[in-house]
Design a binder for this molecule. Structure first.
Ligand code: GLY
Length: 389
């Protein structure tokens, strides 16, 4: 349990009140959708089940678990059953992904932990347990034992020439908690073994000496040798994509919580300290710490994920408790003051979220997954979050 001073507690109560008030409206407007982005204040819908290979627009989109995740978090916080009813709609729609194959990827942890697995853990729904186990089986099947990594994406999408069969990405640190869950659930060590081998590979090849993080690393899929890295969603090769930095700092903290392996805690601390050393004076997180001064493009998602990870870390590293908690509070208060749309009339909450530095489509928009991490971090501070990862 985090202890907060009176002023911060008051701020937290007021902020959570605004969030819940907004989400009571949003949940009804978006009850039949799986939203990824709010466009001009209105949630889009990625639940088109007829698109089976386009990862960007269809039911396979990697963020399709986060609306369900928001609903289950608020179900847990408020005890209002309506959140659970709507979350189940999302969960059932995702079933279609299992029969598609081509469009499915390593992001099944992001998709099924906040939906089916959350449902199972909160309500005991047996069908949800099966969904979670199927997703874990799928993720385990992506493991390449030659290089001890989980392959990120498929390359058999019509029209795509390049091969990415040796690619692993830092984001996967948030998918492997599905494997820890499955191992515990059915007492089968294989899943945990795969998760730990992947995490060991990530700690070795993705984290640079200075604590900054690579987004994509390519391995030879036959020998496991590292070939090269890519800038991915960041500014360029060798730069520091901020969201990737937060997938690492929070993701390694979660792996430590599941395994107790010291390397993971050290890696979480190293990446967190690097992140803290580079936060700009105004507290607004850029898409890449190494991006040029102009154009200034932000990613509030990175701020929200970092805050959640720092709240976990402040409880794991007593000697740095104050530093990490204060940093998390500063990030969250800056978001709440400057980068939140609390209006119940609009669907998106966090503003200034960006998919990738060079992408023009999702630049400084509202993302459902950013809203998820912001809400999750507030609930962590309040002691009413539900442990999804
Ligand atoms: N998992 C992809 C991203 O962070 O954008």
């Amino acid at each position: 349990m985090i202890s907060l001073d009176q002023e911060t507690k008051k701020w937290l109560d007021e902020t959570l009140f605004l969030v819940v008030k907004k989400m009571e409206s949003v949940r009804e407007r978006s009850a039949c959708k799986i939203p990824a982005v709010a466009v001009k204040g209105v949630h889009d819908d990625r639940s088109d089940e007829s698109i089976d290979w386009d990862m960007d627009n269809g039911i396979n989109w990697w963020t399709n678990g986060f609306f369900g995740g928001i609903l289950w978090q608020l179900y847990h916080h408020t005890k209002d059953g309506r959140y659970g009813e709507i979350a189940r709609v999302t969960e059932e729609k995702l079933d279609r992904c299992f029969s598609m194959y081509y469009g499915l990827h390593h992001d099944v942890g992001f998709m099924w932990l906040p939906t089916a697995v959350a449902d199972y853990r909160l309500t005991g729904n047996k069908q949800s347990r099966k969904r979670g186990l199927m997703a874990a089986q799928f993720l385990a099947g992506r493991f390449n034992p030659a290089g001890n990594f989980i392959r990120a994406w498929n390359d058999n999408i019509p029209g795509q020439q390049e091969t990415n069969r040796g690619w692993a990405i830092i984001d996967c640190m948030f998918n492997i908690p599905l494997l820890y869950w499955a191992s515990g659930e059915i007492q089968d060590p294989r899943y945990r073994e795969i998760a730990m081998r992947h995490a060991d590979t990530a700690a070795k090849y993705f984290i640079r000496e200075d604590g900054s993080v690579r987004h994509i690393v390519e391995f030879d899929p036959y020998t496991g040798q590292m070939i090269r890295d890519y800038g991915g969603q960041g500014y360029k090769e060798g730069s520091s994509w901020t969201r990737g930095q937060t997938w690492a700092l929070y993701g390694f903290a979660v792996s430590y919580q599941h395994t107790g392996k010291d390397l993971y805690l050290k890696t979480a601390v190293k990446t967190a300290d690097r992140f803290l050393s580079r936060i700009p004076k105004d507290g607004h997180i850029p898409v890449d710490f190494d991006q040029p001064a102009a154009p200034h493009i932000e990613d509030s998602t990175a701020a929200a994920i970092a805050a959640g990870g720092l709240i976990e870390l402040c409880q794991l590293v007593p000697e740095k408790q104050e530093v990490y908690l204060n940093a998390a509070l500063r990030l969250l208060k800056t978001l709440a003051t400057d980068r939140c749309d609390f209006s119940p009339e609009t669907d998106g909450l966090l503003t200034h979220c960006t998919g990738s530095y060079h992408g023009t489509k999702d630049r400084e928009v509202n993302f459902t997954y950013a809203d998820y991490y912001f809400i999750e971090a507030l609930l962590k501070l309040n002691g009413t979050d539900f442990k999804i990862w």
